[in-house]
Design a protein around this ligand. Structure first.
Ligand code: G6P
Length: 622
């Protein structure tokens, strides 16, 4: 959680830092802060509770000049979200300022020791302990900042991405990471001979891409020294020189803008047909009706001998994993278990070297999912990653994997990443089924053919549900919603309920439709909207009976039905239509009206759709 930006170079730092913070605001928005060193060598720190725009208002009459600076947007862990606990944090002498993303787990004992050495603390944060420790060690050993940071980090237990300024060294920026992400951007025109250079820092590439596409992904326990003369030096904590892992970013700046939509979430919902076309491009072959996933082809033997697949994920990714389980078991006939990464990592699960563990994560940075695969790896399992963010920590920790390629997802509530994950898991199931020959050739080709049509059918769904905006207004009164689905649509019910909760703050529960009579039906009355995913497929008759049960208790039925359906339509207060498709692909279409309904209910309630309260896009703390 939290976002970090940094800059050193010849340009004014403040505009670069603020723009970067806006791009990283999805990571947390409890408070924000900046620190710069101006041309007189004065180190300033400005902080504000709330969003980056609150920080901008707070500094409007302040001196924010300087060509070196660091900045932070926070999702509070230690200490309530107020200006005092906001980053950057000063050291006691105010010579140092530091921003941090992560958690220093042993901060209490470090703080006690530092207090014995007369270091005073003003905040409740773990981060202030780190900057004080650096200063203490700098003074004790009379060392430079880099060495002091190195020494301090050796004493730290936990996760960190940090950037540090020292007003006595206005030409130097220090950064380091462990577990939390940090990327260094190398200025396009860096010229060491001319002594001209600039470096950028970002928790992800979004604050950097506007200025350069040359980046270095810092690795765990690496510390970087950057100066205006163009020197970039990276070592590990033991001061062993490391070769920078230089990469060229493929990202496009347009992908980070709203493009005429009022919210990123709406843009991302409407992007889904194209996003999925990109996701399947080169992987689903129209001519010979084939699936080519290099991550599977390169490790064919490993997949063939797999006795079990375990999928670890959190949040929306857990829902897509559940759909993946249903499909992989059906198509590839391998048992699949779906685990909440946060539970899995702490319960000593039985894992063997015959297992394949798949991590599903949009951000590729979710701390629990990362820890879950590290545990599985230590027990010998083969680790496969399904991530969206290229070069993310999870992607780099896996043995093999498939990127979603659905483009950056900025809205905190996940939409296109969900459908991207589902289609990727389906392709993975098909690829394994092909190797195992667990499907007949006819069935395999039919599934590939139909999957190729899904982006067009998604577009149809978006085009034929234009009344959702007006209809959703009617439900702003509701305090609770129930979502029901069976089979492949049970995870869609979970996802629909989660979307509504996340952005409208209306309580919602997803249930397998038949389970309703074991409890939730007691909640149904004339006030209760019940959303039922009822495509004219598989268990249609059963779900019709479930709807009947709700109707006789006067619940309001909102249904997702197949185009042309009359029975469920006749029983519903409102219907969303989707085109016909195979059972296993219905989630890819049925989720779209549910995403739209959540969006419009939240807008009608005046919620902050892209940055809902208390949430963050990427949960890099456990
Ligand atoms: C947070 C986000 C969710 C996301 C979950 C897992 O809770 O708000 O939208 O589904 O983390 O994130 P991941 O990046 O691992 O998919």
């Amino acid at each position: 959680m939290c976002g970090i930006v940094g800059y050193i170079g010849e340009q004014e730092a403040y505009p670069i830092l603020i723009k970067g913070l806006h791009r990283l605001e999805y990571r947390g928005y409890d408070s924000a802060g900046v620190s710069m060193i101006n041309k007189n060598g004065d180190l300033s720190v400005y902080k504000a509770k709330g969003k980056v725009s609150d920080l901008e208002a707070a500094v409007s009459d302040k001196d924010v000049s300087g060509t070196i600076g660091i900045a932070h947007t926070r999702w509070a862990t230690h200490g309530e979200p107020n200006a005092t606990n906001a980053h950057p944090h000063y050291s006691q002498s105010k010579n140092l300022a530091l921003v941090h993303n992560g958690i220093i787990e042993n901060y209490k004992s470090l703080r006690k020791q530092l207090e014995k050495h007369h270091m005073n603390f003003v905040s409740d944060t773990d981060t202030e302990v780190l900057v004080q420790l650096i200063e203490y060690l700098q003074e004790k050993h009379n060392s430079d900042l880099y060495t002091a940071v190195q020494r301090a980090l050796k004493n730290v237990i936990g996760a960190y991405a940090i950037a540090v300024l020292d007003q006595r060294h206005p030409d130097v920026l220090i950064a380091a990471r462990k577990s939390s992400p940090l990327i260094i951007g190398i200025g396009q025109n860096n010229d060491k001979k001319a002594g001209q250079a600039e470096f950028f820092l970002g928790s992800d590439a979004s604050p950097i891409i506007e200025y350069t596409n040359q980046v270095v992904y810092l690795k765990d326990e690496e510390i970087a020294y950057m100066d205006r003369a163009g020197n970039l030096r990276i070592t590990n904590l033991s001061n062993v020189e490391q070769t920078p892992d230089m990469q060229t970013l493929q990202m496009n700046l347009d992908e980070l803008e709203k493009g005429g939509y009022s919210h990123f979430m709406l843009k991302e919902i409407f992007e889904q047909p194209n996003a999925l076309r990109t996701c399947i491009r080169g992987r689903l072959n129209i001519e010979n009706k084939d699936v080519l996933l290099s991550g599977i082809i390169d490790h064919k033997e490993r997949f063939l001998r797999a006795r079990r697949i375990i999928i670890c994920a959190c949040g929306t990714s857990w829902h897509s994993a559940l759909i993946g389980k249903y499909f992989i078991e059906e198509a590839a006939q391998i048992p699949v278990e779906v685990e909440y990464a946060s539970e899995f990592r702490y319960r000593n699960p039985v894992i063997t070297s015959d297992d394949i563990v798949i991590a599903v994560s949009q951000s590729g940075e979710t701390a629990d999912t990362l820890a879950a695969i590290q545990l599985a790896k230590s027990k010998g399992a083969f680790i496969y990653g399904i991530c969206n963010v290229i070069g993310s920590s999870i992607a780099r920790a896996t043995d093999s994997g498939t990127y979603l390629h659905v483009g950056p997802e900025i809205g905190v509530a996940s939409t296109k990443a969900f459908t991207g994950q589902v289609i990727t898991l389906v392709m993975l199931g098909l690829a394994i089924a092909k190797e195992k020959k667990s499907l007949s050739a006819d069935m395999f080709h039919m599934l590939v053919d139909e999957l190729l049509m899904i982006p067009d059918k998604m577009q149809w769904t978006l085009d034929h549900n234009k009344d959702i905006a007006a209809f959703s207004q009617m439900f702003t009164y509701a305090k609770n919603f129930i979502y029901l689905g069976r089979g492949y649509n049970y995870p869609v019910a979970l996802e629909g309920a989660l979307k509504l909760k996340e952005i409208s703050y209306i309580h919602a529960e997803g249930y397998p439709a038949a389970e309703m009579k074991h409890g939730p039906i007691a909640l149904v009355d004339e006030e209760m909207p019940v959303v039922v995913i009822a495509p004219k497929r598989g268990m249609y008759d059963k779900i019709v009976s479930n709807i009947q049960e709700i109707k006789s208790r006067k619940g309001k039925i909102i249904s997702v039905v197949t185009e042309g359906d009359t029975v469920v339509k006749g029983m519903s207060d409102h219907c969303f239509v989707i085109p016909d498709t195979r059972d296993c692909y219905v989630p890819l279409l049925a989720v779209i009206p549910l995403q739209l309904m959540s969006y419009y209910v939240a807008v009608a309630k005046g919620r902050d759709v892209d940055q809902p309260r208390n949430l963050a896009k990427s949960v890099t703390v456990e």
